[in-house]
Design a protein around this ligand. Structure first.
Ligand SMILES: Cc1ncc(COP(=O)(O)O)c(C=O)c1O
Length: 298
């Protein structure tokens, strides 16, 4: 069960970068695979190895109705020939939504649960019950974040050329934690929180990464959520469209676009020291654009 993790690094030229004497590169992890792209494959890679080692033949995981992780897990099941189960935050499922429609088409069994049940997704008793119900399943947390996922993101960090800053969008903090683990302390790691009031993630990132606990070369930027998870302004969406057109790099406004827009604002504020090299991670998630179109949000 493998997909090559190699992806290009694309330099960006822009007068704003020149004016601040900065070099910006984008690690195009969105190009890892047409469907399991970005941090989704990085996080799944070592989990699927463990699943095989444990002799499990099914994958069970959790997500919302438009989840990139649900989508990627379903495709992984189809590609590598294992059964997948998605515990989906419901209670009602619109199976015509492009994410769930694809997940079903790729063979995932969808299990809608109400919000109260979904809230138990980290509760050991609930997880024990699920394990009894699905004895052949390897259970993967929401968003795919666990220690094996950190290992995948650590591998990403180790594949990058030296930079003064590495920056990524942050949802659960798994990707940032892995990048911290895999990067020397000469580099500053920045996570752009895509949700409101994300400060609580700082502790969670420290739980996921020993280096995050010990080192101070990282920061979670909590002021660039643009309204909260799944929300975005017209301005941000226009920025994504212009960027896509100018550099032929597709951006969606929930993760990668929010990060790029934050980078632009940080540059304008003079956040980065002159002469810095910045590497931004494009974490994929482009399937989300179909869901936004479906809901008439773009
Ligand atoms: C496309 C994309 N980018 C970034 C993230 C955030 O990653 P993490 O949850 O590891 O912080 C996610 C969510 O998992 C995602 O789907």
């Amino acid at each position: 069960m493998n997909i090559s993790c190699e992806s290009p690094i694309q330099p960006i030229c822009h007068p704003l970068l020149e004016a601040h004497n900065l070099q910006l590169f984008i690690k195009r992890d969105d190009l890892i695979h047409p469907e399991i792209s970005g941090n989704k494959w990085r996080k799944l890679k070592f989990n699927l190895q463990i699943m095989q080692q444990q002799g499990k033949s099914e994958l069970l995981t959790f997500g919302g109705a438009f989840s990139n992780h649900i989508h990627a897990s379903a495709i992984a099941g189809k590609l590598f020939g294992f059964k997948t189960h998605g515990i989906i935050r419901g209670p009602l499922l619109d199976e015509a939504n492009p994410t769930l429609n694809d997940a079903k088409r790729f063979g995932m069994t969808l299990h809608p649960v109400n919000r109260l049940t979904y809230r138990q997704r980290h509760d050991p008793h609930y997880l024990d019950e699920l394990q009894k119900q699905f004895p052949n399943a390897y259970i993967l947390p929401e968003g795919g974040t666990n220690l094996a996922a950190i290992k995948g993101c650590m591998e990403l960090a180790q594949s990058l050329p030296p930079s003064d800053y590495i920056i990524c969008p942050t949802g659960s903090g798994g990707t940032l934690a892995g990048l911290i683990e895999g990067t020397s302390n000469q580099t500053t790691l920045l996570g752009v929180a895509v949700l409101k009031q994300a400060d609580y993630l700082i502790e969670e990132i420290k739980q996921l990464s020993k280096k995050a606990k010990e080192q101070h070369n990282w920061q979670l930027l909590c002021d660039y959520h643009d309204g909260g998870y799944g929300k975005f302004s017209d301005e941000l969406w226009r920025f994504c469209q212009t960027f896509t057109h100018q550099y032929n790099i597709p951006l969606e406004p929930i993760y990668s676009g929010k990060m790029m827009y934050a980078i632009w604002q940080l540059i304008e504020q003079g956040y980065f020291a002159s002469g810095s090299v910045i590497t931004a991670i494009h974490t994929g998630g482009l399937q989300g654009l179909n869901g936004l179109k479906y809901r008439g949000l773009i």
